[in-house]
Design a protein around this ligand. Structure first.
Ligand SMILES: [Zn+2]
Ligand SMILES: [Zn+2]
Length: 327
């Protein structure tokens, strides 16, 4: 098998031949058909997340077909299409796992961060964390749902049921979530980098009722805001934009420091929350709804060997929607 491997933090990924190992007990091997590129991959490459496995094969939005099954795996079959998400393994016994919060497990493994991921022709996964994907939809368009979609879904749930929803950073996750929110009959207010008219137009094309720069105030107070951009300075801006009792949800795994702000911005029961990882329940719920909602992902496909170009384009905001690597 071949993979794009991060051998040293803050360096380019390298095309590498690796042994194609057999899955162990409880594992499956998946022949990768598509793997989305997520902002978290940039944080891994940049060394912004603690204790990555190095060398590591990044990538945690994997769509492929199972081509080998280890001992003891139930409910999955050879040739079945499966999705491998960010949450790659949990301990099953810590208070978080047993309390229904496996996203907060004390001893987790994360695909493409602490276990090898999908920037590769093949990947080994813990079978319990793989999602059967069925045969509806093509591989490339499904890939971004595996993180941008799932974490977006969890963020939306945590944002509460308010009708007026702000989305800060209109990339892969927000472009999916805007469609979900519209389906839920909410109004989406999209915030982009100041002056990024192309992305504001993209947001409106997906049903946003308003789009503007992140330093602007929306035309009316919001019930909740979700921040996808890794920019701490957006937190006080979003607090200003939400109404009394409003929620500001930070959906990214990493963010620059949040600047000091007046307590007045938090007063009146405004809340700041973060979303960490996903549970398998989030994934099942969301993937079940995908065909019903009719989510259309906008993707830019790159050959696997061009993973570095895809990461650079993501960093520079050079495409709308999501980048997807194809082996
Ligand atoms: Zn991700
Ligand atoms: Zn645990």
């Amino acid at each position: 098998m071949q993979a794009m491997v991060l051998k040293k933090l803050k360096t380019a990924l390298e095309w590498t031949d690796l042994p194609n190992r057999e899955p162990g007990p409880g594992e499956i091997r998946v022949k990768v058909a598509a793997c989305g590129v997520c902002r978290t991959d940039l944080h891994v490459v940049d060394g912004e997340l603690p204790n990555p496995k190095i060398p590591i094969v990044p990538g945690h939005e994997i769509v492929g077909r199972i081509d080998a099954i280890g001992a003891g795996v139930k409910g999955l079959e050879i040739e079945e299409r499966a999705g491998i998400p960010w949450l790659g393994h949990t301990c099953g016994v810590c208070p978080y796992c047993t309390g229904g919060h496996e996203n907060l497990c004390d001893h987790p493994l994360f695909t493409g961060y602490t276990r090898d991921g999908g920037f590769a022709t093949s990947v080994i996964a813990d079978a319990r964390f793989a999602f059967p994907l069925g045969e509806t939809g093509n591989d490339v368009s499904l890939a971004p749902l595996l993180c941008a979609g799932l974490i977006g879904w969890r963020s939306l749930t945590i944002a509460g049921g308010g009708k007026k929803l702000g989305l800060y950073g209109f990339g892969a996750a927000a472009h999916i979530l805007a469609q979900v929110a519209k389906w839920q009959e909410r109004s989406v207010f999209a915030f982009t980098r100041d002056g990024d008219i192309a992305t504001q137009d993209f947001a409106k094309s997906l049903g946003a009722v308003w789009a503007g720069g992140s330093s602007e105030m929306p035309p009316e107070p919001l019930d909740a805001a979700i921040i996808f951009a890794p920019v701490g300075a957006l937190v006080p801006l979003a607090l200003k934009a939400v109404c009394k009792g409003g929620r500001v949800v930070c959906a990214g795994i990493h963010m620059s420091d949040i600047p000091g702000f007046s307590y007045n911005l938090l007063w009146e029961e405004r809340q700041i929350l973060s979303v960490a990882n996903l549970t398998r329940k989030d994934g099942m719920e969301f993937l079940r709804l995908v065909p019903e909602i009719g989510i259309v992902t906008k993707t830019t496909a790159y050959p696997l060997r061009q993973a570095n170009e895809a990461l650079a384009d993501l960093r520079a905001g050079r495409f709308e929607g999501a980048a997807v690597l194809v082996p």
